[in-house]
Each structure stands twice: as C-alpha cells, then as structure tokens.
Design a protein around this ligand. Structure first.
Ligand SMILES: Nc1ncnc2c1ncn2[C@@H]1O[C@H](COP(=O)(O)OP(=O)(O)OP(=O)(O)O)[C@@H](O)[C@H]1O
Ligand SMILES: [Ca+2]
Length: 811
C-alpha cells in the first residue's frame, strides 16, 4: 500500500507542483462518492488555465499597446484633440475625467491621450488632487470620488450559505442510491403492508440520510467560515501614501484614484497609475503577463500596472484606476477561484480514501453476493426459484441497501478534509503568535525542515539601528545621543560635507507628521544615519532645498551601495556615494584628514581605515562608508562614477540581537536542524553576530559571497555542509546555496528573509518565511512563493524557531 501510495499519490510537492502530477492523482481517484467535497480544498485546474490564458492575452495586449504608443510618440507633435466627451455625472461630481478614459490611458499605454489630457500633472488636476500633497480628505470630492471611480477591491465570490453546503453534501453518489432505495422501499412497503407499518424501513433510511447530510453540511459550513476569516487576515496589506500633505500608511483597499503612493523596491503596485517622480524604477510585470524581462519606468514611459512588482528603484505614483477596472482585478477574481495548491498530505490521504473506498466497495459487493446467494439457495431448496413475490423483491432491495450502507460508512470521504481542518487549526494558532501562514502546505512542511537559512537583519536582530561609533576625518569616536558635532571634533567644512552626504544621499525622508513632530521614514539603516545627521545639528529640509538632485541611484543588494549627483548652489556638480564599507573604500583614492583637508589615500591611512572597519565589525556593528567627489561634467543619463571618491568617513551601526534568539537556535540544533546565517553584511559583523546567537561554532565555516560564487560543484559538496555563515552575499548567492542544499544534499530548507533581496532564495526554499515588511507581503500573495510572513515585528520569536522539535527526519 505504501508503495502504491508513493507511486500514484506521491509526486505532489508543497508548492509549485507540476501540472501533470496534479492531474494524475485526480484521475486516479476515479469514481468519487462526492467530488464536490473531495476536491473542495484543492486547486481548480480549469480556473488556473483560464488565468494563464488571461496572462497570455495581457502580454499580447501590452505588446501592441507599447508598439502603438511608440508609434504615437513619433507623431506626438500634431496632437489632435481627441473626441473625448466627459460624462455629465462626472462633470457634476466636479471631476474632469472619467474612470473609463483613465483606464484606457494607463492600460493602453496611450501616450497620445495622456498628452492630450496634459500629462500626469494635467490628470492630477482633472482628478482634483495634487502630486505634492496628495488627496485632501476633508472636502466634498472625497466621498464622490468613491462613487465615481470605485473602490480598490476585487469582487470576491459571495459567502456561501448553509443551504449550499446541504446541497453539496447531498451530491454524494451513495447517498443518492440510498435515497432511491428508500423511495422504492417506501412505495413497495406501503403498497404491500399499508400505512404506516410498511413505511418503517423507507422512512428509517431517509432519516439516516438526513442525519448524515446535516452533520456533514454543518461541519463544512463552520470550516468555510473559519477559512473566510483566515483569508481576510491574509489580505491586509498597507502601503505608504501622501494624503493631506502627510505621508502615512494606508490599507491598499482604501486607495482611490488621485492618491499619491510611494513605491519602493519589493513593493507590489497596488493599483494602476502613472509615474510622478522617482529614480531607476524597474518593474517586473511577470505576474500580469508572464513576461520575465523587467521594464524601465520613467516619465517617458510612466505607466504602472496593478499587480506588477517594483524590482529596483523607488518612485511616487498617481493612482488612476482601481479595483475591478484593472487587469489585475480581473485576473485576481479568476485566480481566487483557482484555489490553493493541495498539500502532499492532502493528496496522500486522498489516496488512502480511494484505497479504502475500493476495499469497501469490494466488501459491499461480497456482502450483497452472499446475502443474495443465501436467498437463492433457500428458494432453490423450496423449489420456488421461478416465482418471485413482492416481499422477496423488497428483501432483495434491503440487501442492496445494506451493501450501499457499507460503502457509506466505510469510505472516509472526509479524511482529506480532516487534514485541511487540522492544518487550518495550526494556521490559526500561528496567527496568534503573529505569524501569518499563507499556504496550508507550509504548516505541513515545517515539521520536516532539516535546515534553516536565516538572514540577519530583522530576523536575528531587532532591526532597530543606531549609529554608535564613527570615524569621520580619520578620528574614531563613540557616538551617543548626548554628544553633538563639537564632541566629535569634526572640522566645519567636513561637517558640511558629511551632513550633505547624509541628507542628500538617502532613500529615507524626514517628515513632519500630523502631530507636528519630526518623523524619520525609511529602512532602519537609513533612519539610523538620518538620526545621526539630525543629532549633529543638521536640518533635513534646508539641506534638501539648498541644491538640486540631478540623479539618484537607489540602494540595492547586488551593488550594496547607493549614489546621488547634486547641482550645488554655488555652481558645480558633486556626487555622493555610501554603502558597504570595503566596497566604497575601494572606490576611494583620497580621504579627508583631521583638519578636513583632502589628502591622497596612502597606505597608512588606508590601513587605518580598514582596521577601523574590522574593529567596528568585530563589535558586531554594521559599517557604512560615506564618500564624495566633485564632478566636472555630468548628465542624468550617465551613471554615477564608480571610483575616484574622497572618503568622508565610516560609521558603525548597532543592531542588537533579539532576546531569545540564542535559545531558539539551540532548540533547533537539538532538534537536528542546521541553522545558517546568510547575510549581505560584512563578514566580521556577520561572524560576531553569529557567535552571539550560537550559530557559528568552532568548526563551522564563514565565507563571503564572492568567494562562494567561484567554487566548483565538487568543492561545494565539501564546503556547503560546513558553511554556517555566508556574508556579503548577493540575492543570487542566497539562491545558489538554498538550491544546492535542496537538490544535492536532500535537505528540506526553510528560508527567512525580508523579501526584497531574499526573494529568489525564498522562492527556491521549501518554506519561505518573510519577515514583516508590508511591501513584501504583497509579493508573497501573488508570486505564490512565500508561505509565511510575520506582519508584526514586536514579537521576538520568529516563525522559523517554532518548528516542532520532534520531527526532524528527512522526507
Ligand atoms: N540604504 C543603504 N545605503 C547604502 N548602503 C546600504 C544601505 N543599506 C545597507 N547598506 C549596505 O549594504 C549591506 C547590506 O546589504 P544587503 O541589503 O544585501 O544585506 P541583507 O542581505 O539585507 O542583510 P541582512 O541579512 O543583514 O538582512 C550593509 O552591510 C550595508 O553596508
Ligand atoms: Ca535582509
């Protein structure tokens, strides 16, 4: 039986199973008593085909739209006023453009129409919003906006009532047969023995059918309510918007056309819209079109489609179309009916149910045969086998009913449902621990994990970063809240450069919030630096207004640095760069000395800086190097130079280890699970933290991504089992490691990450644990790869450390 199960119901994986495997077990289930129930929590393959077809047409449509818009671009000079008529009701509501027109501009990539309406700014005007301050919520347009343009919600299948479940429970083939038997028995019985005596048998069968149906329907109904709750929880996603001039978090469901949304790397575009400002925006449209080549979005090609993902860069977007008017809305409506992938355990239990069903059927047939044979031999001995009375026919019918009843009670049709139920229960329990499980299969796979690849920031550490040490102009200083610029003894000219670097070259922002307080937005690394800048007496806004930003190259994990080019008020251009300290330092050939003078970076000063980096790193600090250079000529189309910089200094950022991590790692280890740290940080920082968490032991290996990358397959076999820390890794290195562990070492791998740079590794892993970043949550939902995310970071215990202790054998 074991081998039969494995052979036929085996190949299903916790995620991304092949089409063929999914088909195979369905076919093998053959005649199922109640297909509606049996396949309730499995993928609806035909709906999925429909979604795939939709993606293909999307791709085709977009290609044509792009071609047309390119052609239009060439003839743009002679824009003829298109024959757009504004519907009266929209005009009455105070807007100058209707939802259909907006939809056709963005979805059709219609440059000509966009130009006709005055570009993005013109559309913002017509939508009664401002690209700087966003929607104003306190005027009368706000409510009318919803009426005219709709909400950012997808139509969902309506909640099914209890009676639907009763109806579905009745679709059971055996129950139907029994029903027929009961009817015949009732009719024949009443004719022969009269009412009410002859009706007993028939009514008895009816009553038991009713009982079975009610019990089934009630439990199914309750289950569906529970799933609905879980589903709601899964869809809570927040995004950064500007409204009333303040930046704030908003649920994506509350977005309206006219909203200004801030998108950053890793975010999913929450609605259709237009690019307002931003830098180096690369959009991955594969979820919508299946096309894997990312697309550059600029003011020349400003169209952003809902459901696509920001692969690089950051930008502000003007929302134009929401909800079911977008392609994504239509696709989601189809996909949500496609259902979740079935889990391996579900499929196995389906196999068991099928086998038991066959055995039950076999015994039912034998029982029937034996009973009938008994009757025959009795009649044979009486010699009456040619003459049949009605009573005997009724007896025969009863035998048949007995046989069918055997099938009813013997076949555990609810077995696959039971596992779904228990997984849902586990899901709910994890939710109480602030871990959100997106796919049922995750609960199942988690029990068999043998290896965990954890990232550092935010998972092992608290993600609350502060600058605690600095080495500006070659002098090392402790930094604390109380000391100011003078205590760091930075010469004035250098301080000016440092503040300019901190405030201009950042992905973060300092804003005044509603209550009038300063609030720092951005990634923890950025906020730490901005805070440092503020503590040195800098002022973000006046600094920002002093110069013009010519170009910004946002941070990403492969480059591990970011840069800006500025037009200075006194004339001239300057570039700033900051990033992983060894990498940025290698791009410097000059340095600021203790008097703030620029001197060449000779051997002595270079080794002083390198020692400083290592010293900071050994104290488990994340180090960043800041540098600048004057530019002769620069145009925004050029890349910011990658060498020739002058080093301003190095900062050491502390990110304390979460309480309880050491214990969790120890628990994992005693359960036979290997924990590895995979991080983009400096190797010494990584090692120091790994030691503190108990991940790095004396005989373990710590390796840097660039070294790991060069290893041959054979060397990897030797090396990988011993790797405990991988530092300075690129997203691809993480992926390579996970893939190697899975395919060559047969491990069941859980990966934790914050989803932006860890996406490829999370995708490859058996279980992906995404750590609470709003933007990444979306990517999880639509890429169907991450299985768990932890939306709230307060909880110190990570989802990965919750893996049951006992189950550590290999699959
Ligand atoms: N905003 C930023 N600007 C410039 N450099 C940065 C920025 N954020 C991080 N860095 C540098 O990049 C390195 C981290 O790179 P990366 O983001 O790839 O790490 P990661 O994989 O997210 O790390 P972890 O595993 O710790 O989460 C840091 O050591 C730091 O030096
Ligand atoms: Ca990370």
């Amino acid at each position: 039986m074991e081998s039969y199960l494995n052979e036929n119901f085996g190949g299903v994986k916790p995620k991304n199973s092949e089409e063929e495997v999914l088909q195979r077990w369905r076919k093998l289930c053959g005649v199922v008593k109640n297909p509606k129930r049996r396949f309730r929590f499995t993928a609806n393959l035909s709906k999925r085909y429909e979604a795939a077809a939709m993606r293909r047409t999307n791709q085709e449509k977009l290609r044509i739209a792009v071609l047309v818009s390119k052609a239009a671009f060439q003839f743009i000079q002679g824009v003829s006023p298109s024959d757009y008529v504004l519907p009266q009701e929209v005009r009455d509501a105070g807007f100058q453009i209707c939802a259909e027109e907006l939809g056709s501009i963005v979805e059709g990539h219609d440059v000509k129409k966009l130009k006709f309406h005055g570009g993005t700014e013109g559309l913002a005007e017509k939508l009664r919003t401002s690209t700087a301050n966003g929607l104003a919520t306190d005027n009368e347009f706000f409510t009318r906006r919803q009426e005219i343009f709709g909400l950012n919600k997808f139509t969902e299948t309506a909640a099914r009532s209890f009676w639907v479940f009763v109806w579905e429970a009745l679709q059971d083939m055996t129950l139907m047969i029994l029903g027929v038997c009961a009817f015949v028995s009732l009719v024949v019985g009443v004719i022969m023995e009269g009412w009410p005596k002859g009706a007993h048998d028939g009514l008895g069968i009816f009553a038991s059918i009713l009982l079975v149906v009610m019990v089934t329907a009630t439990s199914d109904y309750k289950q569906s309510l529970q799933f609905k709750d879980l589903d709601k929880e899964k869809k809570k996603i927040a995004i950064q918007v500007t409204r009333n001039g303040y930046r704030q978090k908003l649920s994506i469901y509350d977005l309206l056309p006219g909203d200004i949304v801030h998108l950053a790397i890793g975010d999913q575009v929450p609605a259709d819209g237009l690019f307002v400002t931003g830098f180096s925006v690369l959009i991955d449209e594969s979820s919508l079109t299946g096309e894997s080549e990312p697309i550059m979005v600029t003011s020349g090609n400003p169209f952003l489609l809902s459901g696509t993902k920001v692969q690089d860069g950051s930008c502000k977007m003007l929302v134009t179309t929401v909800g079911m008017r977008t392609q994504w809305g239509k696709l989601m409506a189809t996909l949500s009916e496609g259902g979740d992938d079935e889990t391996p355990l579900q499929v196995k239990l389906n196999g068991v149910a099928t086998i038991i069903g066959k055995i039950g059927l076999f015994f039912a047939v034998i029982t029937f045969a034996v009973l009938v044979q008994g009757m025959f031999s009795r009649k044979l001995s009486e010699g009456s086998h040619w003459s049949w009375s009605g009573e005997e026919a009724l007896e025969m019918l009863e035998y048949f009913a007995v046989a069918v009843t055997i099938v009813v009670v013997a076949v555990p049709e609810g077995l696959p449902l039971a596992v779904t139920l228990s997984l849902a229960f586990a899901m709910k329990k994890m939710m109480n621990d602030k871990a959100l499980v997106r796919h049922l299969a995750a609960c199942e796979t988690m029990g068999s994990a043998t290896s965990i690849c954890s990232d550092k920031t935010g998972t092992l550490t608290t993600n609350h970063m502060t600058v605690v040490k600095s080495c500006i102009c070659m002098s090392i200083k402790e930094v604390s809240k109380t000391n100011n610029a003078s205590s760091l003894e930075i010469p004035d000219s250098s301080l000016k450069l440092l503040l300019q670097s901190i405030f201009s070259n950042t992905g973060g922002e300092v804003v005044v919030n509603k209550s009038g307080k300063l609030e720092i937005l951005g990634t923890p690394t950025e906020t730490a630096l901005l805070e440092f800048g503020l503590s040195l007496g800098g002022d973000f806004h006046s600094e920002r207004e002093a110069y013009k930003l010519v170009k910004l190259e946002p941070f990403n994990s492969s480059k591990k640095r970011m840069g800006v080019a500025l037009m200075l008020p006194e004339g001239g251009l300057r570039a700033h760069t900051k990033g992983a300290s060894e990498i940025v330092l290698a791009a410097c050939d000059k340095v600021l000395d203790s008097n703030g003078k620029v001197i060449p970076l000779d051997e002595a000063s270079s080794s002083h800086l390198n020692t400083t980096i290592n010293q900071f790193a050994n104290e488990a600090l994340r180090t960043l190097c800041l540098a600048y250079q004057e530019l002769d000529k620069f145009s925004p189309d050029n890349a910011i130079p990658s060498s020739g910089f002058t080093c301003i200094g190095i900062v050491g950022i502390k990110d304390p280890v979460r309480p309880g991590v050491k214990e969790s790692v120890a628990i994992c280890r005693s359960a036979g699970i290997t924990v590895r740290m995979v991080t983009g940080d400096n190797i010494n920082t990584a090692k120091a933290i790994a030691r503190e968490c108990g991940i790095l032991t004396d005989n373990g290996i710590a390796i840097e991504g660039p070294v790991f990358r060069e290893k041959s397959q054979e060397e990897m076999h030797e090396l990988v089992p011993k790797i405990q820390v991988m530092a300075r890794s690129s997203p691809l290195d993480k992926h390579t490691l996970v893939k190697f562990l899975r395919t060559n070492l047969d491990e069941v791998v859980a990966v934790t990450g914050d989803g932006t740079n860890d996406a490829p590794a999370l995708h490859e892993a058996d279980i992906g644990l995404a750590m609470g970043i709003a933007g990444t949550e979306v990517s999880i939902a639509h890429h169907r790869y991450n299985t768990i995310s932890q939306p709230l970071l307060e909880k110190s215990c990570d989802a990965d450390t919750k893996i049951p202790k006992k189950n550590h054998k290999k699959r």
